[in-house]
Write a protein that binds this ligand. Structure first.
Ligand code: NOJ
Ligand code: CA
Length: 676
């Protein structure tokens, strides 16, 4: 097949070794495979090959929602059957799949007499690179992925100097100063793009990568449990897929469907209740300090008379929620998220208390019945919020009750959250125990026909193919950092995310901030490092089947002409064209709305302005379109004049070209609506 070549062999010690070449150039030099186990530790050498099978596969499938209508799953597969010559004669299979855009492989532990329940103390998989590639990395923290990216050579990777930058998690554990998280995006000195990640992370812990600065060798480093073990398994079973996506075009990396293809098909065919949507939320006003999640300011919640004493700032009150419902209805936005509606927020953060929330008891000023009645009368759906404050066991105990509550009141979706240390045992957010927890939650939600959006989980690995109700995750540094830190997210951040975090699945980034300066009550000088037009472009460049319009209704009502793009933009697509891309620099994409002829384009840049001519060859032939171009104004600049935009309209066809000028830290968004 194609440009990718995989070689597999056994070295002199009986250790399996693989290497990968692209267009006849080595990308991964011979790299070892195997494990250490808790008892009888050596599960990496002394093997012999006892058989192998080759096959090929070519099938096209339709995702329930997604970036494209049809996905081709086309690969050649080889399974290598191994047996240890001595001792317990244990068996290990390794399955390799070679696609047109990369390689995936995983370990399979066949059923056998001498391997039943076993503990993995280390996975020893190597990715021996051969050049000092440019990398886009975040440190190997076991509990948080909410970091800004560092761009450096492999030889320069060192996270020792990094202070805890992910403030939403009260704990930072990254004992290995040379570990980075995946997806790890790289570019070789001769211009080949490489992305290393994993697919189908289930019942295992997340893989991070330990980096050897001197020889560019990377080694799997699994997130441990509270006792330092890496995984508890039972044969027959298998690991997730290790993925290496390779191309000399950056756009191919973003277009790759390899990770989705390595996941199992949907667990259900009953999916009519799974509906991509846009939503607004009682959210940014708390993030920016105008309102509060908590109803009362008393840590123990109660005044002398045993009643909660209101602080007068509680945002999730019936009157305020109705304003958001009215706004959503008037804007044809389907969902309204409300955070801070349930008791417990007085004392939820960093206190290591187990039973802070029960997920069904509203504050006295939040009338659930009335709110859902009102929303229904306006054709709006309410989105539930379950913040667990890291108490995952408490959430598991409450799962049935919480999801029955959603069913009873007709909440079609829930946003969950895992802020803080995972209690009681101190498991890590990215360890096997939590990976299994997130799956149990997705499964429970599936059973109850609830769509799910997880905040602070491990980063995704394409499992949304299997659980199509698992719409999105945060799992990276979202727009919220612009609310609670001055540093926020710098302009290159959103040009890196699609090459890293979003390789595994949709992100709830919460774009669409219109008031770009002076929004934080407690820090009036704070500003977003973005222009307004760029905030619009993110609806196209940061894919998610659920997209928040994150700003306050009043800030949208002040700029109805720009808000029109958010009203119009789709969230589910028949086609996606990655038109231009360079990680850390710029991305331009166009997407076609599901079941319609409308197209939407987003173009974003880093701190440097740029201009580009985009040929509209992607439009439907034979149709005339009105292009509405939401661009940075001539004097726009993310530091000085972030809110300056201009809107122009133009008749275009498939033969047209549009010229876009992006300000420093800017962007452009374009809607193409066919003329009737
Ligand atoms: C962090 C989440 O990312 C944010 O969206 C949410 O508002 C807070 N936790 C509170 O749950
Ligand atoms: Ca977060």
């Amino acid at each position: 097949m194609n440009n990718i070549r995989l070689s597999v062999s056994m070295n002199a010690n009986g250790t399996p070794v693989y290497s990968v070449a692209y267009k006849n150039k080595t990308i991964v030099s011979p790299s070892q495979l195997g494990f250490s186990l808790a008892d009888d530790t050596n599960f990496h050498s002394g093997f012999e090959v006892i058989g192998s099978e080759m096959s090929s596969f070519d099938q096209t499938w339709q995702p329930i929602w997604g970036e494209v209508k049809n996905i081709r799953n086309h690969y050649k597969q080889v399974i290598i059957h191994l047996k240890q010559k001595n001792g317990n004669h244990r068996l290990l299979d390794i399955v390799f799949r070679v696609f047109e855009d990369g390689v995936g492989f995983r370990y399979v532990f066949p059923k056998q007499p001498n391997l039943k329940y076993f503990v993995v103390t280390d996975e020893l998989t190597q990715f021996n690179l051969i050049s000092d590639n440019q990398t886009f990395w975040i440190p190997g923290d076991y509990d948080s992925n909410e970091y800004p990216y560092t761009i450096s050579r492999i030889s320069e990777i060192d996270n020792a100097s990094m202070v805890a930058k992910s403030t939403a998690i009260a704990v930072r554990i990254a004992p290995d100063t040379k570990a980075v998280q995946t997806p790890l995006m790289m570019k070789t000195p001769d211009g080949v793009y490489i992305n290393i990640h994993e697919a189908a992370l289930l019942n295992y812990s997340a893989m991070q990568l330990h980096v050897e600065n001197s020889n560019y060798h990377l080694t799997a480093s699994l997130v441990p449990d509270a006792y330092g073990n890496k995984a508890y398994l039972h044969a027959p079973s298998h690991t997730p897929w290790r993925t290496i996506i390779i191309s000399d075009k950056a756009t191919d990396i973003l277009a790759s469907k390899m990770i989705l293809n390595l996941n199992e098909p949907s667990k259900t065919s009953n999916t009519s209740w799974i509906r991509p949507m846009k939503f607004v939320g009682v959210w940014w006003e708390m993030q920016t300090g105008k309102g509060s999640w908590n109803y009362s300011d008393y840590p123990d919640s109660l005044g002398k008379d045993g009643k909660l004493i209101p602080n007068g700032k509680h945002s999730a009150n019936t009157t305020n929620v109705k304003k958001y419902i009215d706004f959503a209805a008037a804007s044809h936005i389907k969902g309204v998220l409300v955070e801070g509606w349930n008791r417990g927020w007085e004392d939820w953060f960093g206190n290591w208390k187990e039973n802070v929330f029960d997920f069904v008891t509203p504050y006295p000023d939040y009338d659930v019945k009335e709110i859902v009645r009102y929303a229904k009368s306006k054709g709006v759906s309410m989105i539930m919020h379950n913040e667990t404050s890291g108490s995952a066991t408490n959430y598991e105990r409450q799962l049935d009750t919480a999801y029955r509550f959603m069913n009873r009141f007709g909440f079609p979706a829930v946003k969950t959250g895992y802020v803080g240390k995972i209690i009681p045992r101190g498991e890590h957010h990215d360890g096997q125990w939590m990976v299994n927890h997130y799956e149990r939650v997705a499964e429970k939600a599936l059973e109850h026909h609830v769509m799910i959006d997880m905040h602070e989980p491990m980063r995704p690995t394409g499992v949304q193919r299997t659980y199509p109700n698992w719409m999105a995750n945060e799992a990276a540094r979202g727009n919220e950092y612009n609310a609670f830190t001055d540093e926020g997210n710098m302009p290159e951040h959103e040009t890196i995310l699609p090459f890293t975090r979003l390789m595994g699945g949709p992100m709830d980034y919460t774009p669409g901030i219109f008031k770009l300066k002076g929004y934080a009550e407690y820090a009036p000088e704070r500003q977003l490092h973005s222009t307004l037009a760029k905030q619009l472009a993110l609806y196209v460049t940061l894919y998610s089947p659920i997209q928040m319009a994150a700003d306050l209704p009043e800030n949208y009502l002040a700029k109805p002409d720009a808000f029109q793009f958010i009203k119009d933009v789709a969230v589910d697509w028949d086609d996606t064209k990655i038109l231009e891309a360079e990680p850390g620099e710029y991305i331009t994409m166009a997407r076609k709305e599901k079941g319609k002829s409308n197209w939407f384009l987003g173009a974003i840049t880093n701190a440097n302005g740029r201009s580009t001519d985009i040929s509209l060859q992607f439009l439907d032939p034979g149709k005339k379109y009105i292009a509405t171009i939401y661009a940075d104004a001539v004097d726009a600049d993310y530091r000085i004049k972030p809110e300056a935009y201009q809107i122009t309209k133009k008749a275009v066809t498939v033969g047209s070209t549009i010229h876009l000028i992006l300000a420093n830290g800017g962007g452009a968004a374009v809607s193409f609506i066919p003329v009737k």
